[in-house]
Design a protein around this ligand. Structure first.
Ligand SMILES: Cc1ncc(COP(=O)(O)O)c(C=O)c1O
Length: 377
């Protein structure tokens, strides 16, 4: 196979000179130009009242580009503090009825599971779809859905197994059942195409594949499909017009998804995300996908040769940038690789899982280094 060059040169990132950074599924390395983005924020923030207008403008710029990224209208996107906050917004905003259920996979990220358990006192059941050899099958999701299923919650790409679900097929299944779909696109947005309009709600962290930092996460509300979804948490920023001191309880919610954002967002992380999108989007998500799949495919094949149990499916449409597999001692494994300058992610070590992730700054040399480190384990 011809050598694959990085889509973004490594010297545009901080600290990538001497390592093979294959841990973006946990934390992205930082673009050097993020320092300028932070400087832009600091300069804007010091300008007194005009600062707020500049901050809003920056947020709107990011919103427009997130709309492009997710193929949905920008006004239906807002920025909450984390993907977990977005999931909880859905949990607290839907009008649950006694006997409703939520369907979620056993390999889902904890934030996609725990919020539904708080609804148990209101008679809402959390139903678990079991994986088969680490794969979540659409048939098994369909089996758990019934007439009382209100919501199906799933990651577009699994943080735990690396599986990418067939979003159009799942969307059809959920819609045919009269239920809603909450999609966690944290391991998909920025590396594979995401059509958010196929879901009813989408959340995504921005500090991994989108190359941003913590404090800002995307929250998308499919207004066409769930126009009556209630904003559960309100504050000054949720309203477009307020009655002021004369009528303090009179206000009108924003038309846009900003109704779900009670206060200021994290502007500093929006300035950084703006810079990250300036860098990522011109590359084309299709190109990024091809790049990540080619590199992670080589790593997957090497893991398979070593005989470790693979969790990530082989076919390109069923995976993205993550390769996940099981080893007897995750911490020792991760450290052995780290000593050779190969950074991988070992969180959830107690489950025996390792995750190796490939993104825009990786190249064939990183993969070769990783494969030789794997051989030494
Ligand atoms: C699928 C998924 N969703 C969300 C998150 C992080 O969420 P938050 O933005 O709430 O920290 C992670 C982090 O690992 C994740 O893997």
């Amino acid at each position: 196979m011809p050598a694959i060059a990085p889509l973004i040169p490594k010297d545009r990132f901080i600290g990538l000179e001497s390592v093979a950074h294959l841990a973006v599924g946990g934390e992205a390395p930082m673009l050097k130009s993020h320092r300028d983005a932070v400087a832009r924020f600091f300069a804007d923030k010091g300008q007194g009242e005009p600062a707020r207008e500049l901050e809003f403008q920056r947020m709107n710029r990011v919103r427009a580009r997130c709309g492009e990224l997710l193929s949905v209208p920008a006004r239906d996107i807002t920025f909450l503090s984390s993907a977990s906050a977005g999931i909880n917004t859905v949990a607290y905003g839907l009008d649950w009825r006694d006997g409703d259920n939520v369907v979620v996979a056993d390999v889902e990220f904890p934030s996609g599971v725990y919020p539904w358990t708080t609804l148990a006192p209101r008679g809402v059941e959390t139903r678990i779809v079991r994986n088969r050899n680490w794969r979540i099958a659409l048939e098994d999701i369909a089996d758990r859905i019934d007439a009382r299923t209100r919501l199906v919650v799933i990651s577009h790409v699994s943080m735990f197994t690396g599986q990418r679900i067939d979003l159009p097929a799942l969307s059809q299944l959920v819609r045919d059942a009269g239920a809603l779909l909450l999609l966690d696109a944290t391991h998909a947005a920025g590396v594979v195409p995401v059509d958010a309009s196929l879901a009813d709600f989408v959340v995504s962290s921005c500090y991994k594949w989108l190359l941003g930092v913590h404090g800002t996460a995307i929250f998308y509300w499919n207004r066409e499909r769930v126009p009556d979804f209630r904003a559960p948490f309100l504050g000054w920023n949720s309203s477009a017009r307020s009655g002021g001191w004369k009528n303090p309880v009179e206000f009108e919610l924003h038309e846009s998804a900003d109704r779900f954002l009670p206060g200021n967002p994290s502007y500093i992380s929006l300035y950084i995300l703006d810079n990250a999108l300036d860098t990522l989007l011109p590359l084309g998500i299709d190109n990024i996908e091809r790049h990540a799949l080619a590199l992670s495919g080589e790593i997957r094949a090497a893991v398979s040769d070593k005989g470790w149990e693979l969790m990530t499916p082989e076919a390109d449409p069923e995976r993205a940038g993550n390769v996940c597999f099981l080893v007897p001692d995750v911490e020792a494994f991760r450290k052995t690789l780290e000593e050779q300058g190969v950074l991988v992610w070992g969180a959830y070590a107690s489950f025996g899982r390792v995750r190796i992730s490939t993104h825009v700054y990786n190249d064939s040399a990183d993969v070769a280094r990783c494969i030789s480190a794997l051989a030494s384990v």
